[in-house]
Design a protein around this ligand. Structure first.
Ligand code: ZN
Length: 488
């Protein structure tokens, strides 16, 4: 009888400080398939497509459940989470005898009642399939990696890259490791170490580039099967918030524990070298005034990919006040403004109330006069081997500043966010993107410099003041040394 493999994808990343609720619409708008992920190019369905291809080439039977993803925002309504969870579990029960379960999850999904959705799902999966069936999980590195997830799984593999350029290679790794486990060639032993750190690590830049290379080079020798650095997702007030390091060794837990501790120590030792240089909004506007060639300024605090509204007005207002020239800025999520511009038409000059809608973190709406320069229906951007919808979108001019406004909330991933309007990016001196890091892979080859800006926002990188009442233990940089026991 042929080997039978069950696959599913279910994810979102929850910013517990975000005022944007996550309900059914958020999943349906971003990515939801019940009939196989192959029909959708969304990046989150990529692993399912890859696993199906590998199964097909081996003559294995595939049972595919849902593939879905919601744009990061606030906690998922618990009944919606429960419905999605039960779709996967019901499909698994209905599948009958299964040899391997492969799941693509995010790892930082919080419902209005559960701080660890993925842990809850994996425990239920294990109860259904029993201890003998191999359960493998691919997670985003921005996860709250919990002991419960590890205990319920045989193999957990995280993306190593931020930007997430390796979603598919890690899916391939997971398939190979699970297949060797199923055949009895290896016995994965997983060890998890808590780094007790809150930070953003950019793997495009040294010294993180070197650390990722070292992780890759260490796999496959000295019993080490897989190494994963869970960067964590800081904007979530849950017990497992913070960075962790996961090592998997063949049959030897002590080897896994030693590797996880060694890499966690390296990350701790590099904590000041891996910290991002961040400009204040005033410094960014000043720098935009003086730059002569295409320079990117990333508004990391209003990153939709971290649950922000992507509609903050702080930087745009400062640029207008400065009478900035040859600037393009995007993406501002404002479906009402998009509708007004579509109805006004190309060439129209209209008064427009723009942005500042989702919460006080986004600042006040901006009342301004815009000229409609471009309209795009159903805009999309390439990302991580797939693409991302940005909805109907418009290009408007405000003095010397061009702005892209869109109707499906998403961050800037790719120059196509702008160039699909026919813009030539080299004609702008500065490009303001609402994104923390994913833009980097596609922009870096075509721009002259990249700066990161810490404006106010719901994904502010000021971790020292982030209020985490449920973290349960001290975290750097909120304390200098989180491993010192404080006597009460
Ligand atoms: Zn991520």
């Amino acid at each position: 009888m042929s080997v039978r493999v069950f696959i599913a994808a279910l994810g979102t990343e929850t910013n517990t400080f975000s005022a944007i609720p996550t309900g059914w619409n958020a999943f349906l708008e971003s990515h939801f398939r019940r009939d196989g992920a192959a029909g959708d190019s969304h990046y989150f369905g990529g692993p399912n497509r890859l696993w199906r291809e590998r199964c097909d080439s081996l003559g294995y039977a595939v049972v595919e459940s849902i593939s879905t993803f919601a744009q990061p925002s606030g906690p998922t309504k618990h009944s919606v989470w429960a419905e999605l969870r039960d779709m996967v579990l019901d499909d698994l029960r209905a599948a009958g005898a299964i040899d391997m379960v492969l799941l693509h999850l995010h790892g930082a999904m919080v419902s209005t009642a559960s701080p660890d959705c993925e842990g809850e799902l994996l425990v239920a999966v294990r109860e259904i399939v029993g201890p003998e069936v191999v359960v493998g999980v691919e997670l985003d590195l921005h996860c709250h990696l919990t002991e419960r997830m590890i205990a319920a799984s045989d193999v957990v593999v995280l993306y190593k890259e931020y930007p997430h350029t390796d979603v598919l290679p890690r899916a391939d790794d997971l398939f190979s490791i699970c297949e060797r486990t199923r055949k009895g060639d290896i016995t994965p032993k997983m060890a998890l170490v808590d780094c007790r750190m809150l930070a953003v690590w950019r793997t495009s830049l040294e010294p993180m580039r070197g650390l990722v290379q070292e992780m890759l080079a260490s796999e496959g020798s000295d019993k080490i099967i897989s190494l994963s650095f869970a960067h964590g997702f800081p904007w979530a007030d849950v017990p497992d918030v913070g960075a962790k390091f996961l090592a998997i060794a063949d049959g030897d837990l002590a080897v896994a524990e030693d590797a996880a501790r060694r890499f966690a120590a390296k990350i701790w030792d590099l904590r000041y070298d891996t910290a991002s240089t961040l400009l204040t909004p005033a410094a960014a506007v000043e720098a935009a005034r003086s730059c002569r060639q295409a320079t990117v300024f990333a508004d990391v605090s209003d990153n939709a990919g971290a649950g922000a509204g992507s509609d903050s007005t702080f930087l745009l207002r400062a640029l207008i006040d400065d009478d900035a020239q040859k600037v393009i800025l995007g993406l501002i999520w404002d479906p009402v403004a998009v509708r007004f511009c579509f109805d006004a038409g190309i060439g129209a000059t209209i008064g427009l109330r723009l942005g500042g809608k989702t919460s006080p973190y986004s600042g006040a709406p901006l009342d301004t006069v815009v000229t409609v320069k471009g309209l795009v229906e159903h805009g999309r951007q390439p990302f991580a081997g797939g693409d991302q919808p940005m909805g109907d979108a418009v290009l408007v001019g405000i003095g010397g500043i061009d702005v892209v406004i869109n109707s499906i909330r998403t961050q800037v991933f790719h120059p196509e966010a702008f160039t699909q309007f026919g813009c030539d990016l080299s004609s702008y001196r500065s490009i303001f993107v609402k994104s923390a890091q994913h833009f980097y892979a596609a922009f870096e080859p075509v721009v002259d410099a990249i700066h990161f800006v810490a404006a106010p926002g719901v994904a502010s990188p000021e971790f020292t003041t982030l209020v985490l009442n449920n973290a349960g233990r001290p975290l750097w940089p909120q304390v200098d040394d989180p491993f010192v026991e404080v006597s009460s």
